[in-house]
Design a protein around this ligand. Structure first.
Ligand SMILES: C[S@@+](CC[C@H](N)C(=O)[O-])C[C@H]1O[C@@H](n2cnc3c(N)ncnc32)[C@H](O)[C@@H]1O
Length: 254
């Protein structure tokens, strides 16, 4: 009769916590997100009920209300329910809404933090999101906030000088770069994109803010904007000089 909200980390099974692995092996039911890797799913007890509630961008999936109802129903019926979420359950994971739904139904909740992609992704590219004498802090923001409740003050973010880490920004990289430059961040600000961090197919793009997103950004990706991103080690054959003039044309076509 406990629902465990468990962070699965960014993808690499070795970045899972010991507690998460123990709970997966003991679970009566596991409710799984899209960004959880196959090696982690292999740790689930063979006898456990398994529910895939992954939301794929642009495709219909279960609503958050339906996911909440499922978790509550499982929590009322079974002893050990694991709600397994990518990264950390409380970083853009809607974990708090699921915890609220369980508590409202008098079901015990335990939160098991995971390593968030917002920190592990940059680290995989050689970036420390805070760095003494370079950046005294970082802001983790979503590019996918409901426009009706968007609380992000991009001007304040640009003025702060802090490292900006953007999740769910693959399709909005160009407009985020434009917004930050309009707010005063220099066009030459070091920037990086880490795609599939700590999982198969990991790639790193490194360049300037005015080049960010000109090459299509695949999902899932993390955008890092700020001087700390100068340490990013790009992978692949990217040649920034091919972008001369492309960005303006790309923006004009939007
Ligand atoms: C709904 S948010 C969930 C974030 C998650 N709770 C965390 O702490 O990492 C999903 C977004 O996280 C980022 N993300 C998660 N895992 C990632 C990975 N392995 N590589 C790159 N980006 C990732 C992407 O920006 C993706 O669109």
């Amino acid at each position: 009769m406990t629902v465990h909200l468990v962070g699965a980390g960014p993808g690499d099974v070795e970045l899972l916590t010991l507690k998460a692995a123990r709970l997966l092996a003991a679970a009566d039911a596991v409710v799984v997100d899209r960004l959880v890797g196959p090696e982690i799913l292999d740790l689930i007890s063979p006898g456990a009920e398994r529910y895939d509630v992954g939301k794929t961008p642009g495709r219909p999936g279960p609503t958050q209300g339906q996911i909440n109802d499922l978790i509550v129903a499982l929590g009322q019926r079974l002893d050990t329910v694991v709600r397994l979420k990518g990264g950390d359950p409380y970083i853009f994971g809607r974990g708090i809404e699921e915890a609220d739904a369980c508590r409202a139904a008098a079901i015990d909740v335990e939160v098991v933090p995971g390593i968030t992609s917002a920190i592990a992704g940059p680290a995989a590219a050689g970036i420390s999101v805070t760095e003494r004498h370079v950046s005294s802090g970082c802001c983790i923001v979503t590019a996918h906030q409901d426009p009706k409740s968007d609380t992000t003050n991009w001007q304040a973010l640009a003025d702060s000088g802090l490292t900006v880490v953007v999740l769910m920004g693959a399709r909005r990289a160009v407009s985020i770069a434009a917004t930050l430059m309009a707010a005063g961040r220099p066009a030459a600000t070091p920037s990086a994109v880490i795609t599939n961090a700590a999982r198969d197919g990991e790639t790193v793009w490194a360049g300037r803010l005015d080049q960010l997103g000109v090459e299509p950004v695949a999902s899932p990706s993390i955008l890092v904007i700020g001087p700390v991103a100068a340490r990013a080690v790009a992978t692949g054959e990217f040649d920034p000089t091919v972008l001369d003039g492309l960005r303006d044309r790309h923006l004009a076509s939007q």
